[in-house]
Design a protein around this ligand. Structure first.
Ligand code: NAD
Length: 264
């Protein structure tokens, strides 16, 4: 508990259930005094409402990021209730799970390529633009990304391409909003057991490889991801923008697993 975000208001996009990374982040931000709004897709309402209640959050807006009218309505509701906002958490991604396996070059369709990039990358650009209109200097935004943008990860396929677009977008948005005093960063989290991970074939091996090969030899703890979010969204993160911060038990630095981790 503390007051690093006392008097600050922000939107959390992407809570689906208690395993969601956005939920871990929301808890930490709330514990530091932030006032929160949750956006959710209709299908998840039954799961999200009780979680919001648990945290004492009474401001929820339905929002499908593929639909302009839905984006207008949710950001309109925030403008009406708050007028201004201080931070944005974008924790949204989607791809047809039939394409999160096997050969990327063989399995990727135009429709799912478009859809994945729309939901997983463009939605951050769109949300950032709409949020910035309500932010004063000191505002801060984050998105969630994964190492599959930088390296080839089995089955991650078109999501890796979407995450590369998301990270590049983070840098361009940071350039555009920097002169307004708004910081924009990404957290590259290690594998965490969530609904989204379940959509990736062999998702479980992403977890176990992370545990076996990472320097810390442990799973990525959502609490650590939330701590990075707190750093980036509060004034602790002053002067940090355009950054992709890895919170993955160090997995991203490993070029080759230790023979010991392979049992050799
Ligand atoms: P999650 O399934 O709990 O969250 C994904 C969210 O995206 C859900 O809340 C879902 O409702 C939302 N979403 C999907 N389509 C949407 C749409 N059209 N409009 C609005 N919202 C939509 O899983 P998560 O793992 O917490 O994922 C959150 C973010 O973290 C994603 O960007 C994911 O790629 C990223 N990430 C996850 C991991 C991991 O291992 N779980 C690792 C690194 C990064």
């Amino acid at each position: 508990e503390g007051d690093l975000l006392k008097g600050k208001r922000g939107l959390i996009m992407g809570v689906a259930n208690k395993n969601s990374i956005a939920w871990a982040i929301a808890q930490q931000l709330k514990a530091q005094g932030a006032e929160l709004c949750f956006s959710y897709i209709e299908a998840m309402e039954k799961r999200v409402r009780p979680l919001a209640e648990e945290l004492g959050v009474d401001f929820l807006v339905p929002c499908d990021v593929t639909d302009d009218a839905s984006m207008d309505a949710s950001f309109g509701a925030i403008k009406e209730r708050w007028g201004e906002m201080d931070f944005l958490v974008h924790s949204i991604a989607f791809s047809d799970k039939d394409e999160l396996k096997g050969s990327f070059v063989e399995n990727t369709t135009r429709e799912n390529f478009r859809n994945s990039l729309d939901i997983s990358a463009f939605s951050f650009v769109d949300s950032a633009r709409r949020s910035a209109e309500m932010m004063k200097p000191g505002g801060s935004m984050i998105t969630l990304t994964y190492l599959g943008s930088e390296r080839v990860i089995p089955s991650y396929n078109v999501m890796g391409v979407a995450k590369a677009a998301l990270e590049a977008s983070t840098r361009y948005i940071a350039r555009d909003l920097g002169p307004k005093g708004i910081r924009v960063n990404a957290i590259s989290a290690g594998a965490i057991k969530t609904l989204s991970l379940g959509g990736i074939q062999g998702g479980r091996s992403l977890l176990s490889e992370g545990r076996n090969w990472s320097p810390l030899r442990e799973d990525t703890d959502p609490v650590g991801v939330a701590g990075a979010a707190l750093y980036l969204l509060s004034d602790l993160g002053k002067s940090c923008t355009g950054e992709v911060l890895h919170v993955d038990a160090g997995f991203h630095i490993v070029g080759m697993p230790d023979p010991e981790a392979l049992g050799g």
